[in-house]
Design a protein around this ligand. Structure first.
Ligand code: NG6
Ligand code: CA
Length: 518
């Protein structure tokens, strides 16, 4: 009898155990809920209104929409800055870029702006056993100055936490126009060494300025130095013929590298930072996409990126990784149409509104500079929903740390894991926004822009920058388009915002002497 009871108990406990333990059917990897793969898909210059999931009606982005509509769509998700380098700095370090005076739009020859001793998102993940990779745009500087592109280039992504890197150094419109894999220029021919200068041209080399007959794309402002593939660039470059990238194949090339990375590392928890180059200038969609949007190359490049993301998602699906991968989708700054080339972005825009109903755009302290498409997706774990919580890319480091069981927290990065997983609406209370070294302050529904000298509108790109002689104060809950400056009508609110802002900024005064409030 006693034996029978014991057998019964054992049978019941086995039954109970097998009912409560979920079989690991989703994946053949060893990763668990505590160590999902993490993918950050990061666009370059994609605006709040540029995708259909954020209300675009003139363009349809089904693959990007799959992420956004299948996960948490943030209506108040911010890049830290209205330009690339500072936003990417904040994303990877969890530190406000205005604390680092070098975190500004960088030339292709700039030294690395992340300290190699600094905490970064990939370093944190590495410490938790992740394999880490970046494919795409870097734009955070390389080396320590005077880089010799014909030797191993270091420090770079591999010295700040990435096990694998396949990058373009700065931007598609800046030299050197070559890919760099783990610090080495791809297809470098030492008989044709690469020389790069942002000061002067190399003797006998054609330029966009002097040789318009060689151009397939005309420059509008800037972008009149060395010519590569018929496109005039920023900066001068000589040599490296065999290593030069093909612009129209860049999206396919990065996609392939991202897919290869996933396939190579599917058996271990991995972090992939997939940094697409679109729709930044020069917009060079592959011929397969030319004419697809009816909006010229800018729209075509967005559709090309959407296709790439669809193909990338297919790879995750095929490898059985979808339910085991957290995907973050966002953009480094807001939209711009004419960013220096004649490419019909303005002429063919039609009824499309890249910034949605927001004011400003890239380079601007107004909302469209920094408020961007921002979504988190995790099949089977995140419930599809819209969140109005205030979140910033800065917060990913501490939040993801919390997800993977690390107690590492970066200085300005708030742990908003529950918000990113759609389990809470309690986002940030405050956020300092940055645009070309100027800062503004968001608190609750309010945003305060201090007085700044400089033009109200950048005429070349035709974007309102947010500069004004006096303070600006907007209530975004009532006035998303920032049409109604309440600075005079609400002096107490303004005073409160000024004080709270100065407290944060004062706390970080080192290295920001050029950012004194005027
Ligand atoms: C600006 C370039 C612009 C773009 C930007 C960086 C000129 C006149 N304009 O200086 O075309 O390259 O830098 O963009 O050169 S970002 O998205 O990488 O910040
Ligand atoms: Ca950008």
């Amino acid at each position: 009898m006693k034996l029978l009871t014991q057998w019964c108990a054992l049978f019941l406990s086995v039954l109970f155990w097998s009912c409560t333990t979920e079989p690991d059917t989703a994946t053949n990897t060893e990763t668990t809920e505590d160590a999902p793969n993490i993918v950050v898909i990061y666009m370059d210059d994609l605006g709040y209104g540029d995708v259909s999931a954020y209300g675009a009606t003139e363009i349809s982005t089904p693959n990007i929409d799959k992420i956004i509509n299948g996960g948490v769509r943030f209506t108040q998700g911010y890049a830290s800055s209205a330009t690339c380098t500072p936003s990417r700095y904040a994303l990877l370090t969890g530190v406000y870029p205005w604390r680092n005076k070098d975190a500004k739009i960088l030339p292709g020859t700039a030294p690395l702006v992340i300290d190699t001793t600094q905490l970064t998102l990939p370093k944190m993940l590495k410490s938790q056993g992740y394999q880490t990779g970046i494919v795409g745009k870097w734009h955070l500087g390389l080396g320590t100055g005077n880089v010799n592109w014909n030797e191993h280039v270091s420090p770079g992504p591999n010295e700040v936490g990435f096990d694998y890197s396949y990058i373009l150094a700065a931007t598609q419109d800046r030299v050197p126009t070559v890919y760099i894999e783990n610090g080495d220029v791809v297809e470098l021919d030492l008989n044709d060494p690469i020389e790069v200068s942002y000061q002067e041209n190399f003797e006998g080399e054609p330029t966009g300025k002097d040789n318009p007959e060689l151009l397939t794309m005309r420059w509008h402002h800037g972008h009149n130095n060395s010519i590569v593939n018929g496109i005039p660039r920023i900066g001068f470059m000589k040599g490296g013929e065999a290593a030069k990238w093909s612009d129209v194949d860049m999206a396919d090339h990065f996609l392939e590298k991202a897919q290869e990375y996933v396939k190579a590392h599917k058996e271990e928890p991995f972090f992939l930072y997939y940094a697409l180059q679109q729709p930044h200038v020069p917009r060079t969609p592959n011929p397969r996409f030319v004419g697809s949007s009816g909006m010229g190359p800018r729209g075509d490049a967005i559709l090309e990126a959407d296709w790439c993301i669809g193909e990338f998602l297919k790879t995750l699906e095929e490898e059985g990784l979808m339910e085991n991968t957290l995907i973050v989708f966002s953009s480094d700054n807001g939209p711009v149409l004419n960013d220096g080339y004649y490419d019909e972005a303005v002429e063919k825009l039609g009824a499309h509104t890249p910034a949605g109903t927001l004011r400003g755009g890239k380079y601007s302290l107004f909302e469209a500079g920094t408020r961007v498409p921002f979504a988190t997706y995790w099949q089977g774990t995140i419930e599809p929903q819209v969140s109005d919580a205030l979140v910033c890319q800065l917060d990913l480091l501490s939040s993801i740390a919390s997800l993977v069981g690390s107690d590492q927290q970066a200085r300005d990065s708030e742990n908003l894991l529950d918000v990113f997983l759609g389990r809470s609406d309690e986002g940030r209370e405050q956020l300092v926004l940055e645009a070309t070294s100027r800062t503004a302050f968001r608190q609750g529904d309010w945003v305060m822009i201090p007085p700044y000298q400089g033009p109200a509108v950048n005429e070349q790109v035709d974007i309102e920058l947010g500069n004004d002689d006096g303070y600006q104060l907007y209530n975004l809950a009532e006035d998303l388009g920032q049409q109604n400056n309440l600075a005079d009508a609400q002096p107490e609110k303004l005073e409160e915002m000024k004080q709270d802002f100065e407290q944060i900024r004062g706390d970080a005064a080192e290295g920001i002497e050029d950012l004194e409030l005027k």
